[in-house]
Design a binder for this molecule. Structure first.
Ligand code: ADP
Ligand code: MG
Length: 244
């Protein structure tokens, strides 16, 4: 009887002691070189970076500083040479190439400068794609995407092909596609780089709203005026990260 009475108490302790890790990205001493024949170019030099859940971080740096290389590693699109990378609780340095594809599909919502929409697919087909890639059925995927489509003001455009949309609308489709899978982070590389001033402002306003709704955002840019919209800015210069 005494043992029976103790059981609920033990359960309660176990539950209370489970600690939540609020870091979505923890990188320690990441190095990356490109090899071309006998030459080697050391691009990322002991990069360490932490991003907390709900943070909106801008990585600011000039052309050639290593931004896209870093984005490719954050987004599990390329492998690092050395260092440790914990993404939403998963140790990336131990993951095999095949696992990286799955991790990438589940954890990352990508937004690119040039949208990267599939030109032969309409808006709805582009947006549901990440859900289909996870094995969800078409009807369920369309149902699950409707709130996001509404939120981004695309309800009247779902049958349009990308070339029938403005640049700003195309980027909103890309943002919807990035959001539908509820990724751990939104990862954006120069998201306003191809847009006119007003469409760029709209995208930045949208990012601020998405962040206020709780989304974690990492935005890569060469433009200080764009970076200023983020909650925190780090600089990358010649492959090294500087906080402030
Ligand atoms: P950024 O995005 O800041 O402009 P990148 O990460 O694209 O910088 O490039 C950093 C450096 O690495 C540059 O010198 C670039 O020429 C070089 N680089 C980028 N990708 C490759 C590659 N696949 N092979 C060889 N060199 C590369
Ligand atoms: Mg780049």
């Amino acid at each position: 009887d005494a043992v029976m009475d103790m059981e609920p108490a033990i359960c309660a302790v176990t539950k209370a002691e489970s600690i939540e890790n609020t870091d979505v990205i923890t990188m320690r001493n990441i190095n990356k070189s490109y090899r071309m024949g006998t030459q080697s170019l050391h691009v990322l030099k002991d990069v360490s970076l932490t991003v907390k859940q709900g943070e909106y971080l801008a990585i600011l740096g000039p052309s050639g500083s290593g931004k896209s290389t870093l984005m490719n590693i954050i987004g599990c699109m390329d492998v690092m040479d050395s260092g440790n990378y914990l993404l939403d609780g998963v140790a990336i340095e131990q993951a095999k190439e095949k696992e990286l594809v799955k991790i990438r599909n589940q954890k990352i919502g990508f937004i690119f400068q040039k949208y990267h929409l599939i030109p032969t697919y309409n808006v709805l087909q582009n947006i549901v794609m990440p859900l289909l890639m996870r094995g969800m059925g078409l009807a369920e995927a369309q149902e699950a995407s409707m709130d996001t489509i509404d939120m981004l003001g695309l309800s009247q455009r779902i049958g349009h092909k990308p070339n029938e949309l403005s640049g700003g609308q195309q980027q909103r489709v890309a943002i919807a596609r990035a959001l539908v899978g509820k990724p751990a982070i939104l990862l954006a590389d120069e998201p306003t780089g191809a847009l006119d001033v007003n469409s760029g402002k709209e995208v930045l306003k949208l990012f601020e709203n998405l962040n206020q709704m709780g989304n974690t955002i990492v935005m890569i840019t060469h433009d200080l005026n764009v970076a200023k919209h983020a909650g925190r800015v780090v600089r990358i210069v010649d492959g090294e990260i500087y906080e402030n």
